[in-house]
Design a protein around this ligand. Structure first.
Ligand code: ACO
Length: 431
């Protein structure tokens, strides 16, 4: 909403331009520069969008200074403690906590859509067995649009709803199939009589010769990982989904674009990179050497699982994840996990170090998640696919919000051009 008491003034050469100021429901005011180019003939420059609000949104709010993450107003720690993933999905998608009949309907709709079109098995079989599961997921999720033609019309609200449910329901099946394929085991079909997290664990760990025995502590830990990664406002992969969908592309193609972006080690790939780093460090006596390397501007090494673009105090998800890591390792009787020991000591030493204090670098959600996932039996290559399963609801919620926005425009950033100016073509014999 425009704040009538405030305007921003910009002086460009001899021209003075008044820019409206928009007030959010919470958080910093936003200067509206939409007419800047028309009125002043200039662009703004903001690589990495560090000061740019790309959209209006009502879904998720982060206060990086306070270490606060709210989904539709509800703090993440309360949701992780009291809710479960499908309830959080409903909340993100529809804006309120469901009553019991709304929740039953939603859970039922997701549950009855967990199977994949049988023909999709052959798609999996076209990949090399040593493919990274994320590579398979990018391809298979994009290919959903070739199988579900009845839910790709973005202008039809019913089709948008069907696509939403299909994505949330089928993503665990796709991730589990990608896992099974890469380890050479037969695919395990979903089962509709167990909860979302247990079903995912079963599809990953059951084999025809031996069924998977559900464990409520592990299922709860899995569900918490899903909740903690469910949405995170306009992060890189979500912005990718929004940019892709701004052209009117179908939802399956847009989510595939989000998965591609998530794969990078600075984003969703950090949990894999973090556990690999903890193992490489190996023992607590090696920690000071690695901290020294992380501080050296001439060394590209960074502490993975540390730092965040928005959180400059602490990542509220990391505290829940640390507690969950202790619970899971305790349950599994793993009391001397070297990676966990290195992680705890590394966190302690880094948090006492001036470099990390001054730059406000804290453990992020990925610092402890890899330890839990490995203890559950997942290889590091599955960490990012699990993140993708969790984040699907965030991508879809943001996509839904965007499609319904009457101000929707194709995303088209401008640039600060530093290349050659006009020059005439030279014939090859004269170069
Ligand atoms: N280790 C050592 N130094 C770091 C780290 C780190 N993990 N993170 C940032 N820094 C330093 C940078 O070198 C930079 O120093 P400088 O000011 O002397 O140049 C300063 O802190 C600011 O870093 P930027 O990269 O400019 O901060 P940005 O906000 O762009 O990056 C990011 C955030 C990408 C998360 C970064 O902290 C990072 O690479 N962390 C490691 C990867 C990681 O854990 N990613 C997961 C993010 S959470 C998620 O996606 C779920």
């Amino acid at each position: 909403m425009t704040n009538r008491d405030k305007t921003a003034k910009l002086i460009v050469g001899k021209k003075e331009i008044d820019l409206p100021v928009l007030s959010p429901s919470t958080g910093p005011d936003v200067i509206d520069i939409r007419r800047l180019y028309t009125d002043a003939g200039v662009f703004t420059y903001d690589p990495g969008f560090t000061s740019t609000a790309s959209t209006e949104s009502e879904i998720t709010y982060i206060n990086g200074g306070k270490g606060e993450l709210l989904h539709r107003g509800y703090p993440i720690d309360q949701l992780a403690e009291n809710s479960h993933y499908l309830e959080v999905c409903f909340l993100l998608l529809y804006g309120h906590l469901p009553n019991s009949s709304e929740l039953d309907d939603f859970v039922n709709s997701v549950t009855i859509h967990t199977m994949l079109h049988e023909q999709m098995q052959f798609l999996f079989r076209g990949f090399r067995r040593d493919a990274h599961p994320m590579a398979i997921m990018v391809g298979v999720v994009g290919a959903l649009s070739a199988f579900y033609h009845d839910s790709i019309d973005i202008n039809d609200s019913w089709q948008r709803q069907v696509a939403t449910i299909r994505m949330i329901a089928k993503m665990p099946t796709i991730a589990a199939m990608a896992f099974k394929y890469t380890i050479g085991q037969p695919f395990v079909y979903p089962r509709n009589d167990i909860d979302y997290a247990s079903n995912f664990l079963r599809m990953c760990f059951a084999v025809p010769a031996e069924d998977y025995k559900e464990n409520p502590v592990l299922s709860r830990a899995m569900d918490r990982i899903f909740i903690l990664h469910a949405d995170h406002e306009q992060n890189a992969s979500t912005s990718t989904v929004r940019l892709a969908s701004s052209s009117g592309a179908n939802p399956f193609a847009c989510i595939a674009a989000g998965i591609a972006c998530l794969w990078g080690p600075a984003h969703g790939g950090a949990n894999q990179a973090c556990l690999e780093m903890l193992k490489k460090i190996g023992s607590v006596d090696k920690i000071p050497g690695y901290i020294k390397r992380a501080k050296d501007p001439g060394d590209p090494f960074r502490l993975m699982g540390f730092g965040h673009r928005v959180y400059k105090n602490f990542d509220p998800r990391a505290a829940v994840m640390k507690k969950s890591a202790d619970e899971v390792l305790d349950l599994l009787g793993i009391d001397n996990n070297p990676a966990l020991q290195v992680a705890k000591e590394l966190e302690k030493q880094a948090l006492e170090d001036d470099y990390f204090i001054e730059k406000k670098l804290f453990p992020n959600v990925d610092f402890y998640s890899g330890i839990i996932l490995e203890a559950m039996g997942f290889p590091t290559s599955m960490f990012t696919p699990i993140f993708a399963v969790s984040r699907t609801v965030g991508w879809i919620s943001q996509w839904k919000e965007m499609i319904q926005d009457p101000h929707l425009k194709i995303g088209r950033p401008r640039q600060l051009y530093k290349g050659e100016t006009h020059r005439d073509y030279i014939d090859i014999n004269q170069r």
